[in-house]
Design a protein around this ligand. Structure first.
Ligand SMILES: [Zn+2]
Length: 199
């Protein structure tokens, strides 16, 4: 027996989501089509709006509804002259929650991984280099994960900073090797940020 093509379509679309297998996709699809379908309609509206209106900040590349996000647009934050490089938007949130950091960010949306075809171009490091060379920043904090790729990424950016005469520091202390920044508790992250070391 087959489901209706429309239901089949929905199940197939859900299966594409990370962490959702065929059975979960089926269960979610069934549950969404029950009753007044309010949850499904709400989800559809949110996806539609986000895909149409969410863009990347032209300065830090974090998700933003505006060309320049609130953090990059803040005169006070720009005046600190510090850029914190993170792998993912979730890391920005984790660092913001410590209330310890007053500069701007640069979101890589990944880390250098030549085997997966992720090089400097994919991480838009040429744009980071432009920021470093602008003369507006005196320090770059490398808050990439303490993994092999995270360390390689930090070192690569460290070289760019050196060429641009910007001090590069690395957070690491207290963060378990191999873990993601956004999985680290706030106080550990705070200590790690405050105890950053020259690269
Ligand atoms: Zn921004």
């Amino acid at each position: 027996m087959k489901f209706s093509p429309l239901l089949e379509d929905l199940i197939n679309a859900l299966k594409e989501l990370p962490g959702i297998g065929p059975r979960s996709a089926q269960r979610i699809a069934m549950s969404m089509m029950k009753g007044d379908r309010a949850i499904a309609k709400n989800l559809s509206r949110a996806i539609d709006s986000a895909t149409k209106n969410l863009k990347f900040c032209t300065c830090c590349h974090n998700y933003s509804e505006k060309d320049v996000c609130d953090i990059c647009g803040s005169v006070k934050r720009q005046a600190k002259g510090v850029i914190c490089v993170v792998e993912n938007p979730a890391d920005v949130l984790a660092i913001e929650q410590t209330n310890e950091y007053g500069g701007i960010y640069f979101v890589l949306h990944g880390k250098l991984s030549p085997l997966d075809g992720i090089g400097p171009k994919e991480l838009k490091l040429d744009e980071l280099e432009k920021l470093l060379k602008s003369g507006d920043y005196s320090e770059i904090i490398l808050a990439t994960s303490p993994t092999v790729e995270g360390d390689a990424t930090a070192h690569y950016i460290g070289h760019l900073a050196k060429h641009a005469n910007v001090k590069a520091t690395r957070i690491a202390r207290g963060i378990p090797i191999g873990s993601d920044i956004d999985n680290v508790d706030g106080s550990t992250l705070m200590r790690s940020l405050n105890g950053r070391m020259p690269l």
